[in-house]
Design a protein around this ligand. Structure first.
Ligand SMILES: Cc1cc2nc3c(=O)[nH]c(=O)nc-3n(C[C@H](O)[C@H](O)[C@H](O)COP(=O)(O)OP(=O)(O)OC[C@H]3O[C@@H](n4cnc5c(N)ncnc54)[C@H](O)[C@@H]3O)c2cc1C
Length: 475
């Protein structure tokens, strides 16, 4: 039996591939509907809907290879291991294959799975399929995990070059077996997506087309396009990578084909994009080495003592895109409307919440996770803690983005702001970056909020809150 998780594809799927190499009398696939785990992990309805739509495509691709997909449902997160092992036994399987997940609950679950398989007489095979380089494979000279990205990336490149990033083919049709596929739910109660499904089409074929298009049209210029939210300057593959509809090895392969096969030297666009994939791996490695980050704890322990403010009304204004800072508001509205936000704006909005408003990064992390189609604990937590200066950022806490400067620099003609903040459609570009410059009368007419904080004063407040935190461990 192959247990699919966030690896919803038949091509370059290490667990599925190994099962197809070893099995002689057919393969059964399984996927678990686990609303309890989804709720506890803040997985939002848009992402669950994306999973289910991709699962339907996967079921078709598996059926074409005589592999029935069984969908089982569990009531509690903790029941998953037992339910899968029982399903495997009931289907007459002798072995269980899966690709590892690195979040603490999933790691614990998989330990449970291994024990239960041993008791049930099932062989277990698991793989590091989600990442290009397995957690634990790159360590510092003193054999400790990396805590800073740049040296991690150096070691990651070396490991990548040593091991390669070869992809494996989809399995050939298997012998037919007497196990029926189950119906895939169109929807799971409590997870009705508010998004139009056409925003994020499902399926491996679509993901491969998007990857090919990005590789042909954009990747070689990525270092110049990546910071402009108004254009399609990034791959928009994150939902597909997060759900495993496309693999990181497929991404590297497509990118380096535009760079004479090299991931780390040569064309700047390709090298920069592959480096983003290294960030993705980095945060998975961090989760394994420092599992406290999966438990709402700060990576830098001393920052547990930052005196975050409690201000629900301010959190609400941020969430609703009503801060009075146009680029921040445009970004937050993009998130809620599309289930995705540009990376530059994720950093900006996260820094705005944690530095300008001095509100706890955990509230923002949760809000993002609930709305993102690409929500992924490692990347989301890593991004939030980086922005809040509680994480792996090598820079100290006084990195505070100026929202006005960011607006002028990354959306100079205001195209992106006008797209998501229609009430500012008709104001001049200068006022678009700083609506405080609008007269009271014009502001009232367009109906746009006043800036909710004075950025300069807020910056000083944030720096003061961080200053003097001892680097000693909290008691
Ligand atoms: C506060 C915050 C929260 C974030 N939350 C998530 C999240 O939940 N899920 C998620 O996939 N990414 C997250 N990111 C990282 C990044 O913003 C997105 O991966 C990126 O915007 C996705 O767009 P893209 O696919 O066009 O990326 P591209 O620029 O085309 O990059 C290619 C791929 O590299 C990976 N990647 C790129 N940048 C990063 C990064 N900084 N960290 C980790 N992986 C990266 C993604 O898988 C992405 O699809 C977050 C960043 C911040 C600052």
């Amino acid at each position: 039996m192959v247990w699919f998780r966030r690896d919803l594809r038949v091509h370059d799927n290490l667990a599925l591939h190994e099962a197809s190499e070893r099995a002689t009398d057919g393969i059964v696939a399984v996927w678990v509907v686990n609303p309890d785990a989804w709720r506890r992990h803040d997985d939002g309805p848009a992402k669950v809907d994306f999973w289910l739509r991709n699962l339907r495509c996967l079921a078709d691709a598996l059926a074409a290879r005589n592999i029935p997909l069984r969908v089982i449902r569990v009531a509690r997160m903790e029941d998953e291991a037992d339910a899968v092992v029982r399903e495997a036994a009931a289907c007459g399987c002798h072995a269980l294959y899966f690709n590892r997940e690195y979040e603490i609950d999933e790691l614990r679950r998989d330990r449970d799975v291994v024990e239960r398989c041993a008791s049930a007489g099932l062989r277990v095979h698991h793989h590091d399929d989600r990442v290009a380089v397995a957690p634990g494979r790159v360590l510092t000279g003193s054999k400790t995990p990396y805590t800073v990205f740049t040296p991690f990336r150096r070691a990651w490149y070396a490991a990548l070059r040593e091991r390669g990033w070869q992809t494996v083919p989809a399995p050939k049709p298997q012998p037919r077996i007497d196990v029926k596929a189950t119906e895939i739910p169109a929807e799971v109660e409590g997870f009705t997506s508010p998004l139009d499904a056409s925003l994020w089409p499902a399926g491996e074929d679509f993901a491969q087309r998007r990857l090919a298009h990005f590789a042909e049209a954009t990747v070689r210029r990525y270092e110049t396009t990546r910071d402009v939210p108004a254009i399609d300057g990034t791959s928009a593959l994150s939902p597909y990578l997060a759900a495993g509809v496309v693999s990181v090895r497929q991404c590297i392969t497509a990118a380096v084909a535009q760079n004479d096969g090299a991931p780390d030297v040569g064309n700047e666009g390709v090298v920069t994009w592959v480096s983003e994939l290294a960030w993705r791996d980095f945060y998975q490695h961090v989760m394994v080495a420092f599992p406290r980050v999966c438990m709402y704890r700060a990576f830098k322990r001393e920052t547990e003592r930052v005196p975050w403010r409690t201000a629900p009304a301010e959190l609400a204004r941020w969430s609703e895109g009503q801060t009075g800072f146009p680029l921040v508001d445009a970004a937050m509205r993009q998130l809620v409307k599309t289930g995705w936000m540009h990376n530059r704006l994720r950093m900006l909005t996260a820094m705005f919440l944690t530095k300008d408003l001095l509100l706890d990064w955990r509230a923002g992390e949760r809000f993002f996770m609930h709305h993102l189609v690409d929500g992924d604990l490692g990347a989301n937590n890593g991004g939030w803690q980086w922005s809040a200066s509680t994480g792996t950022d090598a820079q100290p806490y006084f990195r505070v983005f100026n929202p006005y400067a960011q607006s002028k620099r990354f959306d100079p003609d205001g195209t992106f702001i006008r797209r998501f903040v229609p009430e500012l459609q008709s104001v001049s570009t200068t006022a678009l970056h700083d609506p405080a410059k609008l007269s009271v009368e014009v502001r009232r007419r367009v109906g746009y909020a006043l800036p909710m904080v004075d950025h300069n004063a807020a910056r000083v407040r944030a720096i003061t809150a961080f200053k003097g935190l001892s680097t000693a461990e909290p008691a």
